[in-house]
Design a protein around this ligand. Structure first.
Ligand code: ME8
Length: 464
């Protein structure tokens, strides 16, 4: 990949739920990183999208009396609308029902097959429809899915298998020689433990339902939804036909995903890429979960917050700021309307809004709305201090972004907001505007009118 390119992706969301705050959190974080890299001059490709196949989707469509395609078109539209409301700056919105993706899946299968990594076998296992995941009996918790605690179904099927077990050792080596492949590094050990236990081959075709990508060369079977979905990352980069784009953007710099799907991204997806002879992404960044004050978000508890609605009510910036500022990326954290309102009032209105108001109204009043120039020789120690605060803020913000620590990046940036408010307090532009001494000076004779105006111009210019 060329050095000035930067490819970042998020998970593609299931279309069996409406967009929720967890989805929004992930997209806003990746969006912040994409914007930061664009500011750094990188040629950024930022991909998001929807995961549209699988049994659950087919069943939801049937329950609504719709064809699956009609259903997914409708829900994918809701996601697109939500991301518009949140001002997500993606370059591509991929949908797994698109022909470009079907083609990409078929080509990847050809490669995996040529590597000798596919075989037919009998699968007997426990399937969680909700998570679209098979579990061996040993992983069930009181007979239920260990992730969502829902009942599982025993399934016996003649399926195609992917030789995942063959990649246990190559993956261990990859983890060892790339200690930052999984970020935050604290998450790495959990995945390493899975490798230490040894991997089992993965059943990757289904014949009990038909809403999926037809399994190449095997009529009646569709590709397991996860095996199909993961491939979206290379489809978006241009696989298989657009070689220049693929060379430019693949391997991805970051896959940004939630903690519940780490194994798919750090073990299964890399194994698929190794099998297909494609390079592995540089990093998988695993973020934590957004919780509500009453715990996990859930439809049945009625505590799911619709991000589009919140952005409509308070503005996209307020929601984006709260999501990035409130939770340390990589950890779980709580977001609610009350927390958003507090952040809005305290940080955005009192700190930033107040600063803009103080400066803006005076520029409007005294300089016709045009930022005045800094008068020669009228800068002093107050300006130097602000300058220093500005350099520190910029360093802290950059360090925060580089480390996916958005809360720290914003805390750093707010250092400048606070310093600028203090600067205005100390420089007292309202006094200069009244023809009096500002800057804490208390001299008997008033300053010359020209001097006062020059100083006012400088303070308003520096403060803005
Ligand atoms: O897993 N807080 O889709 P999905 C933060 N289609 N993030 C959350 C969250 C929460 N409360 N709830 C979910 C899928 N997420 C698959 C992905 S990728 C090839 C296929 C995150 O709609 C979740 O961890 O269930 C995932 O990263 C993303 O939202 C989409 O979840």
């Amino acid at each position: 990949m060329s050095r000035d390119a930067f490819y970042i992706t998020t998970a593609i969301d299931y279309v069996n739920a409406e967009p929720h705050m967890g989805h929004a959190y992930e997209k806003v974080g990746a969006d912040a990183m994409a914007r930061y890299q664009r500011l750094r001059g990188k040629d950024v490709r930022f991909t998001i999208g929807t995961d549209e196949h699988g049994q659950k989707v087919a069943e939801s469509a049937a329950a609504l009396g719709l064809e699956p395609q009609q259903h997914v078109d409708r829900i994918a539209g809701r996601f697109q609308e939500a991301w518009k409301q949140l001002e997500i700056s993606h370059d591509d919105f991929i949908r797994t029902t698109q022909p470009r993706h079907h083609k990409s899946v078929a080509e990847l299968f050809t490669r995996v097959q040529s590597a000798g990594d596919l075989y037919l076998g009998d699968y007997v296992g426990w399937y969680c429809k909700f998570e679209e995941t098979f579990w061996p009996e040993t992983k069930l918790e009181q007979g239920n899915c260990p992730t969502c605690n829902r009942p599982v179904q025993k399934i016996t099927e003649r399926n195609w298998f992917f030789k995942l077990s063959k990649y246990t050792e190559p993956l261990k080596r990859h983890f060892q020689s790339n200690p930052e492949f999984i970020l935050p590094v604290a998450r790495r050990q959990e995945m390493m433990n899975i490798l230490e236990e040894g991997l089992e081959d993965l059943s990757i075709s289904r014949s009990t339902f038909q809403w999926g990508i037809p399994f190449p060369g095997h009529p009646g079977h569709v590709v397991y939804v996860w095996f199909d979905a993961l491939i979206n990352y290379i489809t978006s980069a241009g696989f298989p036909d657009d070689a220049p784009s693929l060379a430019r953007y693949w391997p991805a710099d970051y896959h940004v995903i939630g903690k519940d799907i780490a194994k798919f991204h750090t073990i299964i997806w890399p194994a698929m890429l190794l099998s297909a002879g494609l390079p592995l992404p540089a990093h998988v960044f695993i973020h934590g979960f957004v919780l509500t004050p009453t715990g996990k978000m859930s439809k049945s508890l009625g505590n799911v917050i619709a991000p589009g609605e919140m952005a409509g009510k308070y503005g996209a910036d307020a929601l984006r700021y709260t999501l990035l500022r409130e939770i340390a990326w990589g950890q779980d954290g709580v977001v609610s309307e009350e927390i958003l309102v507090n952040r809005y009032n305290r940080d955005l209105a009192n700190d930033l809004g107040n600063l803009l108001h103080r400066i803006g109204t005076q520029i409007q009043k005294h300089f016709g709305g045009v930022v005045p120039p800094v008068a020669e020789g009228s800068s002093g120690p107050l300006e130097s201090e602000l300058q220093q605060a500005s350099c520190e803020a910029s360093r802290a913000a950059a360090a925060g972004y580089e480390a996916f620590a958005f809360h720290q990046a914003l805390e750093g940036a707010w250092g400048l907001v606070r310093a600028a408010n203090q600067y205005v307090d100390r420089a007292e532009p309202w006094k200069w505007a009244a023809g009096k001494w500002g800057d804490g000076l208390r001299l008997e004779t008033p300053p010359a009118a020209e001097q006062a105006r020059a100083r006012l111009g400088t303070v308003l210019s520096v403060g803005s």
